[in-house]
Design a protein around this ligand. Structure first.
Ligand code: URA
Length: 431
């Protein structure tokens, strides 16, 4: 087979066979075809698309390009979740201990943040001593022992996706549904869980700006998962404003712990409850949503969820003695953002707020950037709240970098109107 024929076929709008997709992924992973030819194919895919079968073959070929985790030694249903990326998204930090405290097995690999979106692994690293790299054996032993482990992506999971994603990033071919779906699902399928719940974010701060595109992405990922023999559900959740109030690494760990202790913001708790309920049903721990919700509430109120979080932190080397005073890890330099508008907040551009946090040092503009764990944004007002000129709408935790730009981005992100509006948090479920 010649790669130029594969490029020509896709350029002419034809459907690629599974053999052609396998040839593409194997040869590219082994360094047998150059980036310039793969770039041409990616652009042809960008303009001519891929059908569900092609996207599924691509996901499976990328899954098989490296290691596939074997979690069979862990008894019980192994659950996983994935977010397509948002601002203030600390769902994993809350959800994983809750479902583990109820008997589900969480053996999860998470990513780092880039641009305006944060990553769970960076957030966990804001806990002193926490290790995000464990050997596969240690990872499995920990899940057998306490029901939960969250680690960084190992080097050998879907290496084809790693290479392709880097190329997509510099060839303007990231934002196309079949490539996003196959990229995400290749890694999820290689991670070995039995049941996966996908949190597909919709809105300003997300990849998918509208419900139609988000539904299409969700449906494709669910189909790929089903064809690969997994239980996959996708929940569409609102990312028109940040989730919760806090954005930034240590700030988000703090808010996650508050939520585990029953003092969290309602939007975060609602998203956590929706995804956790689905996973508890998939793991045969709850028969329906009502029972799942009751179990989740009991786990938080009894302290079991927070105890599981502590056990998890301790098992991965984190210093639990610092958790009670986690505010100490936030920068002591604070700057208030004062409203210059009156009215109800009707819109809050999550992308701008995510960028503001990144400029303060909470995120990476490029992969090589080093994160400042202690900085970020605490939003005191959200959509639906009334503000008046002079009100403090946010506190920035800062350390020299980006203060004025961040302040102006937060101010510009907020639109006010005369009438109160409600945000619809859960936009749909795709099974
Ligand atoms: N996240 C991924 O892992 N892959 C994509 O293509 C987009 C977002």
């Amino acid at each position: 087979m010649r790669f130029i024929d594969v490029i020509t076929k896709k350029r002419n709008g034809k459907v690629l066979s599974s053999e052609e997709i396998d040839f593409f992924i194997k040869s590219y992973t082994q360094g047998e075809i150059p980036d310039y030819q793969v770039s041409a194919l990616l652009m042809a895919i960008y303009f001519n698309g891929m059908n569900h079968e092609e996207a599924t073959h691509l996901a499976l070929a990328m899954r098989d390009s490296g290691d596939v985790m074997d979690l069979s030694q862990i008894k019980g249903v192994k659950v996983d979740k994935h977010s397509t990326g948002g601002v203030g998204d600390k769902v994993t930090l809350v959800l994983a201990p809750i479902v583990a405290s109820l008997g589900a097995k969480v053996a999860k690999m998470s990513g780092r943040g880039l641009g305006h979106t944060g990553g769970t692994i960076d957030k966990l690293e804001s806990i002193k001593g926490f290790h995000v790299e464990l050997s596969p054996d240690a990872f499995i032993e920990q899940v057998k022992d306490i029901g939960i482990s969250v680690i960084g992506q190992s080097g050998d999971i879907a290496p084809a996706d790693k290479k392709l994603y880097a190329l997509r990033d510099v060839t303007a071919t990231v934002d196309i549904i079949p490539l996003i779906a196959s990229s995400i699902m290749s890694k999820k399928l290689a991670s070995g869980a039995d049941a996966i719940c996908l949190d597909v974010k919709v809105g300003h701060g997300a990849f998918m700006k509208n419900t139609k595109d988000a539904t299409e992405l969700a449906q494709l990922m669910v189909d790929i998962g089903r064809l690969a023999g997994k239980k996959v559900t996708a929940i569409l959740t609102n990312m028109n404003q940040p989730l919760g109030h806090k954005i930034g690494n240590a700030l988000e760990v703090y808010e996650a712990m508050e939520t585990l202790k029953g003092r969290g913001p309602s939007d975060l708790l609602d998203v956590v409850t929706t995804i956790a309920s689905q996973l508890l049903k998939d793991a045969n721990i709850a028969k329906d949503d009502e029972e799942a919700k009751q179990l989740i509430t009991d786990s938080i109120q009894s302290g079991k969820a927070y105890q599981k979080f502590e056990a998890f932190v301790k098992a991965q080397g984190g210093d639990i003695s610092v958790l009670e005073h986690f505010e100490d890890f936030l920068s002591s330099n604070k700057v208030e953002v004062i409203s210059n508008k009156d009215g109800y907040i009707i819109d809050m551009d999550a992308l701008s707020i995510g960028n503001a946090a990144m400029l303060l040092g909470a995120g990476r503009e490029t992969k090589a950037d080093v994160i400042d764990m202690s900085v970020g944004i605490d939003l005191h007002k959200k959509i639906g709240d009334h503000i008046a000129k002079g009100d403090v709408i946010a506190t920035l935790y800062v350390n020299q970098k980006g203060i004025e730009e961040a302040k102006s981005l937060v101010l510009k992100a907020i639109t006010t109107g005369k009438d109160k509006v409600e945000q619809n948090l859960i936009r749909g479920i795709v099974r």
